[in-house]
Design a protein around this ligand. Structure first.
Ligand code: XBP
Ligand code: MG
Length: 259
């Protein structure tokens, strides 16, 4: 059994419910700030999540609206302005402590560090958003704890492209089989799988009913032992531990779930 040497963390939906309670809310406040009548309710935002990248999401949404600016250049400029406003407001929401870490995240991070594993971030969100969230939850010295931090600006192609994961592996100097990704979305799982990294999926609010291919384990959250596939021994009280994750990854060596 290959020993795990690093945990690779997705951010949005995995570390915290940032999409529903953070980015979506901040996008709507940006629309309001520019006196636009547009609003994204939870259902519409859920549909839009298949477009990764906030600016790309805005541009896509504009193609569906009759009241969007007529030229590509104007739409680009508006998307840039809205995105900057959204990110500023998102940072404020984070600093107002509106976005707690999901259950079991801090415990697993601490356990991994205590066990000598390294940590990385692999996300397609903007770096400024990652920095805001991490500083609030892990303090100003958080970059010392994360050996590689790869964000949306660092890649040519966002998830489901595997580039973000390949860069994180290069930053860590590790082969994929010595790492595991923690992801919440089909696109994120596809990205990690394409980089040959085993993936554990604590489903987030938006993806509870999603079809997810290729993960080594899927369940309701890292703070819950019940409801995981494959199941966990002693599925009573307690959280998902590093030993559970190592077990799932080892089982994947013999029973491929990637086919
Ligand atoms: C999440 C995303 C991002 C965020 C918004 O990716 O797709 O676009 O919704 O962030 P991940 P930006 O789950 O991989 O972190 O507005 O900064 O793009
Ligand atoms: Mg995510």
């Amino acid at each position: 059994m290959t020993r795990l040497r690093a945990l690779l963390w997705d951010v949005d939906g995995t570390l915290a419910e940032t999409e529903r309670d953070g980015h979506r809310v901040a996008f709507n406040q940006a629309f309001e700030a520019l006196a636009l009548p547009w609003r994204w309710d939870e259902a519409r935002y859920g549909e839009l999540l298949r477009i990764t990248g906030g600016r790309e999401r805005l541009l896509h949404d504009m193609t569906t609206r009759g009241d969007a600016p007529p030229t590509a250049g104007e739409r680009e400029a508006l998307a840039r302005e809205l995105h900057a406003l959204k990110n500023r407001r998102y940072g404020e929401l984070v600093r107002e402590a509106r976005l707690p870490l999901r259950g079991g995240v801090r415990e697993l991070i601490d356990e991994a560090e205590d066990g000598g594993l390294r940590l990385a971030v692999a996300t397609t969100t903007s770096r400024v958003n990652v920095e805001a969230l991490m500083a609030v939850h892990f303090g100003p010295r958080w970059p010392r704890r994360f050996a590689a931090v790869v964000c949306g600006e660092d890649v040519q192609a966002k998830k489901p492209d595997p580039e973000v994961y390949r860069l994180a592996l290069a930053g860590l100097g590790l082969p994929p089989q010595e790492t595991v990704a923690i992801e919440d979305s089909p696109g994120g799982v596809a990205a990690a799988c394409a980089a040959e990294i085993p993936v554990v999926v604590p489903l987030s609010a938006y993806f509870r009913a999603a079809t997810i291919e290729g993960a080594v384990a899927i369940g309701p959250g890292l703070d819950e032992r019940r409801g995981w596939r494959p199941g966990l021994a002693g599925a009573g009280a307690g959280r998902v531990t590093l030993a559970d994750i190592e077990g799932w990854c080892a089982a994947r060596d013999t029973v491929s779930q990637f086919g």
